[in-house]
Ligand binder design. Structure first.
Ligand code: BTN
Length: 329
């Protein structure tokens, strides 16, 4: 059910950069022009700037740089039945919040975005830097009817879809470093944490978590991350429209999930892997359970495991691990 915020934003975005008269907004909302003005004040307090002219009405001059639920929802091009979006000022981890919502019976798919996480988590028990700094902390929750053993390549497939979306949206050239890092020139701009709950060999639910550095300033990283992390705005040289990008990402994630669970993804996977994989033919070291394996990357198997050729020419497969690139070809 659209709220007055949704109706106002839908009209203003459809007309942008033109004007929408106060009378038209009043008719659409079924309220007086004074009530329209009061709603616009509420939107202003949430970070919008509107130009208002007596003869022409309203138009959008600036949009909030932080997550705004109605602005994201109004720009969503893909919206499965029952889909909902939760935007929070702060949470421990959007993955944990999504798991709590699933446990409480919220209908899936749904997405959770937080402006800030107090316990943002990465892979291998690491912390994910999650200040309120213009970056995206997003989890999308699903209840897949798919056997867990068919999910092996899921995180890679989703990462490839995120890379293609970013390439098109921001005219940039990201790379995907197996299994879950989104890179620009060797610096990390995003990471994925997929978590599934499995009961008696059946998948109960699945949370796809994406941390993406969108608009954080170059000088804002803690010293440990300085030089290793990068934001999209550093790559493009200009701030990105946070809510438009969040909407485009959620739409792409929902579509990619459907293609994956329908089994309709293998050819596109191969094409996208060819385009975005940064490890092909590279000499790497892979850390796995405290052990280090060195070798040349020889590709992927059907389950998304990394194939590594060692110095004796034997090929081993690894389902998980942390990769360091040893040499440039
Ligand atoms: C990694 O590269 O190790 C994965 C990082 C994943 C971070 C995201 S931010 C949104 C979601 N909530 C979390 O606590 N983690 C994921």
């Amino acid at each position: 059910m659209p709220t007055p915020d949704h109706l106002i934003l839908r009209e203003l975005l459809a007309a942008d950069p033109s004007w929408v008269s106060g009378a038209r907004l009043a008719t659409k909302l079924g309220v007086s022009r004074v009530a329209v003005w009061q709603h616009m004040e509420k939107l202003r307090a949430a970070g919008f700037t509107f130009e208002a002219q007596r003869a022409r009405g309203y138009r959008i001059a600036a949009r909030p740089a932080t997550p705004h639920a109605a602005l994201i929802e109004t720009q969503l091009k893909v919206r499965p039945r029952g889909f909902s979006l939760l935007v929070l000022d702060e949470t421990d981890s959007t993955n944990d919040e999504a798991a709590r919502q699933l446990g409480a019976g919220r209908s899936a798919p749904f997405a959770v975005i937080a402006r800030r996480q107090t316990k943002g988590r990465g892979r291998l028990g690491r912390a994910w830097h999650s200040e309120s700094n213009g970056n995206l902390y997003l989890s999308v929750a699903f209840r897949p009817r798919v056997a867990p053993e068919r999910m092996g390549a899921f995180t890679l497939w989703m990462g490839l879809n995120v890379c293609e979306l970013l390439a098109n949206f921001a005219k940039v050239s990201p790379g995907l470093k197996w299994p879950n890092d989104i890179l620009f020139d060797g610096r990390k701009a995003g990471g994925i944490l997929t978590e599934a709950r499995i009961d008696a060999d059946e998948m109960r639910d699945l949370v796809f978590g994406l941390g993406l550095n969108i608009n954080s300033p170059a000088e804002g990283w803690p010293s440990l991350l300085g030089g290793r992390a990068i934001s999209l705005s550093e790559v493009t040289g200009t701030p990105l429209d946070f809510n438009r990008l969040a909407a485009a990402l959620i739409g792409r994630i929902l579509l990619a999930y459907t293609k994956f669970t329908d089994g309709d993804y293998t050819q596109t996977f191969a094409d996208l892997w060819h385009r975005f994989d940064v490890l092909r033919g590279r000499e790497i070291a892979l850390l796995e359970g405290g052990r280090r394996h060195a070798g040349t990357v020889a590709g992927l198997d059907d389950e998304g495991a990394l194939l590594l050729r060692d110095s004796r020419g034997r090929t081993q497969r690894y389902r998980a691990g942390e990769v360091t690139i040893e040499k440039t070809p």
